[in-house]
Write a protein that binds this ligand. Structure first.
Ligand SMILES: [Mg+2]
Length: 404
């Protein structure tokens, strides 16, 4: 099952209430004579606007130009690990452009929709969820800001039960700085009393792959997410998936599929997708894996997957509505979004594959300032630009915008 189908099937994609009327011409003048553009931008961050936290050429000028022209944009990143408010404050300071938390979609932003659930999924607000990845327990605090009330980290589990993964004891000085007491102990004798986890979120790149792998494997093999238990259904060949993940285990969510990303090192570094592949390998070695017809059931969001683009577009439409008002956006609906990215596998593939349910057309612009190093990209963009500013200029010209 494709990730977007999973996300949609669990009822997480709400439709905006914005009504649309399609007007053939490019822009309508508002009462203030300011044209409402029928296009917008989505920018990746790492390798497009910043590289290892330093502004890339043309980044500040691009955002300043769009702000000045009243052209909407959103930052759409597979990064994360901080709350949206904190992240935009940093970017704002680096690029000298005022930004709001609603101007960014990070890899884990769509997880906020799981707090209240939907008609088809139960709310996770008061359930116990495991949050893995990120520095310290930053991601726990992000999850709490989203509204999750009961968040546990692998460090909490390790500090309460050091024997659960003895090879991380060398890092206990680090874990002590943020670990919290477990909401209930792990009781190896009484499964009804032991800590029960209802969902697993890999919010950001795990720092301690080994500990996180062990804790996640324990939960995937448990009965009903009760730590310290082992499901009796595991390996039962007469059951679907040979009994694996058939016993009320917590669902596993990944926020970012990127295998590689552009960091300070001259060569790309392994991303969260690398951790997922490693976990899939351990899962396959334990269960028999795909060669025996056994899969690791999980949901992966982030670029290039549809749910993330749809989430971003809904946020973009809300921002547009707030900026221009309902009559203006009804007269001039959003027809085109330029996705500017450095990674053909995520930014370009995602934009090329995305079929908007709101009627817009996404066009991809690949820049040369990040992961892409030249040659024919695996996913062909609408155009290739030396940097983000040149990409923006190309898009403005292609939309016949007067400032181009
Ligand atoms: Mg990038």
């Amino acid at each position: 099952m494709r990730p977007q189908t999973v996300w949609r099937s669990i009822g997480l994609l709400q439709r905006p209430t914005i009504s649309r009327r399609f007007i053939p011409h490019r822009a309508i003048q508002t009462a203030t004579s300011r044209p409402v553009p029928n296009f917008a931008f989505a920018f990746d961050i790492d390798g497009v606007l910043l590289r290892s936290s330093k502004p890339l050429p043309g980044a500040a000028d691009s955002l300043a130009l769009l702000k000045e022209q009243g052209i909407p944009f959103i930052l759409l990143t597979n990064g994360g690990g901080k709350h949206e408010t904190e992240r935009v404050a940093e970017i704002s300071e680096k690029l000298g452009v005022p930004l709001d938390a609603t101007d960014i979609v990070q890899s884990h932003s769509p997880f906020a929709e799981l707090v209240k659930g939907s008609e088809e999924t139960s709310a996770l607000e008061h359930k116990c969820v495991l949050v893995a990845g990120g520095d310290g327990d930053n991601c726990r605090r992000v999850a709490e800001q989203y509204g999750f009330k009961n968040v546990v980290t692998p460090a909490d589990i390790l500090m309460a039960n050091p024997a659960i993964w003895p090879f991380s004891n060398n890092f206990s000085a680090y874990y002590k700085t943020f670990a919290r007491p477990l909401p209930r102990p792990i009781d190896f004798n009484d499964p009804s009393k032991t800590l029960k986890i209802d969902a697993i979120f890999v919010f950001n790149d795990p720092r301690d792959w080994a500990l996180d792998t062990q804790v996640i494997m324990d939960l995937l093999l448990s009965s009903q997410g009760r730590l310290g238990t082992l499901s009796e259904l595991n390996g039962r060949v007469e059951l679907p998936n040979h009994g694996y993940q058939q016993d009320g285990q917590p669902h596993l969510y990944f926020s970012n599929p990127d295998l590689w990303w552009a960091a300070a090192h001259p060569l790309p570094r392994l991303g969260q997708g690398g951790f997922r592949e490693a976990l899939e390998g351990v899962w396959a070695a334990t269960t028999g894996g795909p060669s025996k017809g056994i899969e690791l059931k999980k949901t992966v969001i982030g670029k290039p997957y549809h749910p993330t683009y749809e989430f971003a577009e809904r946020q973009m439409l809300r921002n547009r509505l707030n900026t221009f008002g309902s009559s203006a956006v009804n007269l001039t609906p959003l027809e085109r979004v330029y996705m500017v990215g450095d990674n053909p596998e995520s930014d370009i593939r995602g934009a090329n594959s995305y079929r908007s349910t709101f009627g817009s057309n996404w066009q991809s612009i690949l820049v040369r300032t990040g992961v892409y190093s030249g040659g024919e990209p695996a996913w062909i963009p609408k155009t290739i630009a030396d940097n983000v500013y040149k990409g923006v200029q190309w898009a403005l010209k292609s939309s016949n915008w007067p400032a181009a």
